[in-house]
Design a protein around this ligand. Sequence first.
Ligand code: HEC
Length: 124
Amino acid sequence: MKLTRLIAAAAALAGMVACAVGLPPVTALDAQTAGVPLVALQRGRDVYVAKCGGCHKLYPPADYDDAAWDAQVHGMRKKARLTDGDIAAILTYLAAMNGDPSFELALDRASASGPTEGHGVVTQ
Ligand code: HEC
């Protein structure tokens, strides 16, 4: 009986957290589809939640395509006090999760100083 109540409470809490954040968790499949490490997606989501949810709701990744997210995140740079690393992490997450296949655009621009090779089109 006690255990059942505990499980019910845990489930309710998990539901509340999921609701408050309003963003689905990242999965290994997301990482595979986007071609980025799962840890990078998780970190991007963490930074997004930490830096972008304070003033307004967290906009779902699907609200914008890669280019629009790139512009929006750069536009929020001062408000959210973002470092270059924050921007790269957030854009990696948003571009991977928004269903826009032009993922490479945002990633390349976010990591302008990083290597530009390595996330080309998979040929096989
Ligand atoms: C200090 C408060 C603050 C923080 C932090 C903040 N925003 Fe904003 N955001 C605003 C305000 C105010 C507006 C509306 C006015 C404007 O566009 O400047 C806005 C507008 C937006 C819009 C446009 C919404 C629309 O309907 O046009 C998006 C998208 C957005 N923010 C994303 C983000 C992201 C992504 C982050 C994190 C990197 C972030 N915001 C962090 C205050 C904030």
